[in-house]
Design a protein around this ligand. Structure first.
Ligand code: GLY
Length: 618
């Protein structure tokens, strides 16, 4: 595995911080102890800020910041803690995308830590030999077939090497502590365990860890994960190259994928995968240039392919830039938001895949001239009644075409999983990081005795057809297309304005887009922009080809009547009061003109998040 040069910054601060975090400083307070349970959704102040979905993770990041660590150190500490407290959304068995704003150079950098398909994974691995047809999606979800080579451990190490001041072992220390002393089970954790109960019961390793004695964890009880603490200690001692991507743990991961540890009479088919130790040894987290568009005077940086987040949010913003949303009635502005995302999703479907395998036209997709031409297809009075066709990235000039385009369709799946975090430090560095194991509960397969769940990220490839024109078809060594959209907006002077991101599968893109529109165009505060009810247009059609938009029940209640003249088919994203009704659960930090930071976390969805600042404002 290749690594960027080890560029440690703030070396003196690092040494002092390392001493404190390793317990070498006698006077240093314990890290993230006692247990953090309180959730503050908005915090304003100075010195550093963090927002995650979880109070333990935010507390861990704040402690690192308090002791002089930078945003990258704190982000890795928070992510590792989320691996303990949010094990069904993210962890070292998964992957993600790390976006970093460097205050000293006023530049944005990213790491693509996406999972990769093993060398043995091609379209045949998605075929059920018993039927000669593709596996059903539900059969792939709980399987070794869908497990990609994890990218999260390499991402953490790469981020720390590139921009951090701590070693991996030092950054893992708060998470090790939380894993050993346990966290307080909340309703979200209990519910997510319950939702996965039938799947988890198929595996000896998973039921031992998450369903001991067959029982669900009770709210208010303490959940410990000594196996994960021990695995983190292994990574701390050996680094990820020797401790995770090679050696006994790599052998156990490959063996688990090839022969999932099922109970004697599993209720699911659990097809085996092909991952080998060579696949693990070959994994690399990739330094990537971000995507960039300008929107209303802000520079918007996002994640380039293999995620479709940066190109799709960016294209939609370029489309919206041609309209005066702030001057419109709210329903009219929402109509333009919804149509812009439908158009951008059409192009994502046709053009975006892993750039190592597909010639992704990132420049065209984020070109304002292309956006201007796509904007021509928005009818100001009516929603498109059928999905938008993709545009032509090889031939565009910003002039409206004479004839309407042909129809197109797009397949995708809902997904409530994944997690997101935002951190800023006293020097003005910012991290926006989205990470996942794909489905809530991932593949459902815990590596025996190691305390973490393997992802099922390969279900983010197209699973039902293997068309060579599809940029997202499965191929050996390829990264499945993601929707993760960690995004940072800079002011014209190069200072940060807003960093944000969300979980939620393909709705991540629309959640981030809608929040930017809420904040920049519609005059909402950042906390209000995060809390506002959501709708998501991903260019879907129902069985008779009618375009539809999924929307939270609260959105339909608030805007359904006002949007009626536009003839939307609004489909509820789920019944009210179920987690399926929720679209996204964001974290964000806004950088206020007076120098203070405003940390904002989702107030309600998924139980609400935790926003903290180092020195709160009076
Ligand atoms: N697994 C969710 C995504 O990558 O978009």
């Amino acid at each position: 595995m290749l690594h960027a040069p080890f560029t440690r910054r703030l070396a003196a601060a690092s040494a002092a911080l390392a001493l404190a975090l390793t317990g070498g400083a006698a006077a240093s307070p314990a890290v993230a102890d006692p247990r953090a349970v309180e959730k503050t959704h908005t915090a304003v102040g100075t010195g550093g800020a963090v927002s995650t979905v979880d109070p333990e993770a935010s507390a861990a990041a704040l402690e690192v910041l308090r002791k002089g660590g930078n945003a990258v150190d704190a982000a890795v500490a928070a992510a590792a803690t989320l691996g303990v407290t949010e094990p069904y959304s993210a962890g070292i068995g998964g992957g993600g995308y790390f976006v970093y704003y460097d205050a000293a150079t006023e530049s944005v950098h990213t790491i693509d830590g996406r999972e990769t398909a093993p060398a043995g994974a091609d379209f045949q691995t998605f075929m059920n030999p018993a039927t000669g047809k593709p596996y059903l999606f539900g059969e792939l979800v709980t399987s070794g077939v869908s497990v990609g080579v994890p990218g999260t451990p390499a991402t953490w190490e790469r981020a720390l090497e590139n921009w951090g001041t701590l070693s991996l072992g030092e950054a893992l220390r708060p998470a090790i502590k939380v894993a050993d002393r346990g966290f307080v089970v909340d309703e979200t954790f209990r519910k997510q365990t319950d939702d996965n109960r039938a799947r988890f019961a198929n595996f000896t390793s998973t039921s031992e860890l998450f369903l001991p004695g067959g029982a669900l964890p009770t709210v208010g009880s303490i959940f410990k994960n000594h196996d994960l603490a021990e695995t983190y200690r292994l990574l701390a001692r050996q680094g990820t190259e020797d401790g995770f991507y090679a050696g006994p743990l790599a052998e156990e991961i490959a063996a688990t994928v090839q022969a999932p540890p099922t109970v004697p009479t599993p209720t699911l088919p659990v097809p085996a995968g092909t991952m080998t130790t060579a696949d693990l040894a070959g994994y690399e987290a990739l330094d990537q240039d971000p995507t960039h568009v300008e929107y209303r005077g802000y520079d918007v940086y996002g994640m380039a392919p293999s995620s479709s987040g940066g190109t799709t949010v960016g294209e939609a913003l370029n489309i919206l830039e041609t309209f005066d949303l702030a001057g419109m009635a709210p329903a009219d502005a929402l109509h333009h938001y919804l149509q812009s995302s439908g158009l951008a999703f059409a192009d994502r479907g046709k053009y975006v895949g892993d750039p190592a395998f597909v010639g992704v036209p990132t420049k065209a997709l984020t070109d304002p001239v292309f956006g201007k031409e796509r904007a021509c297809l928005i009818n100001p009075d009516t929603a498109a009644q059928t999905p938008f066709a993709p545009g032509d990235v090889a031939s565009y000039d910003g002039v409206c075409p004479a004839a309407p385009a042909a129809l197109a369709d797009e397949q995708d799946t809902e997904n409530l999983s994944t997690t997101n975090l935002t951190v800023a430090d006293q020097w003005g560095n910012v991290v926006e990081y989205t990470l996942t194991i794909e489905q809530t509960g991932g593949s459902g397969i815990v590596v025996p005795g190691r305390g973490f769940i393997l992802n099922n990220e390969l279900t983010d490839f197209t699973t039902t057809s293997f068309d060579t024109a599809d940029p997202n078809r499965i191929e050996p060594g390829k990264r499945p297309r993601s929707s993760m959209s960690p995004t940072i907006l800079l002011n014209e002077d190069g200072t940060p304005f807003l960093a944000l991101g969300s979980p939620g599968g393909s709705t991540i893109i629309t959640t981030v887009l809608q929040t930017i529109v809420n904040r920049v165009d519609l005059g909402m505060t950042t906390p209000a922009a995060l809390a506002a009810p959501r709708a998501s247009n991903r260019n879907f059609a129902n069985s008779i080809g009618r375009a539809f938009v999924t929307a939270e029940p609260g959105f339909i209640d608030e805007f359904g009547d006002d949007l009626a003249p536009y003839e939307y088919l609004l489909v509820k994203s789920g019944d009210a009061f179920t987690s399926a009704a929720e679209i996204g659960a964001e974290t964000a930090i806004e950088f206020l003109p007076d120098g203070r930071m405003l940390a904002a976390a989702e107030p309600v969805r998924r139980g609400g998040g935790s926003a903290l600042v180092l020195t709160p404002s009076p």
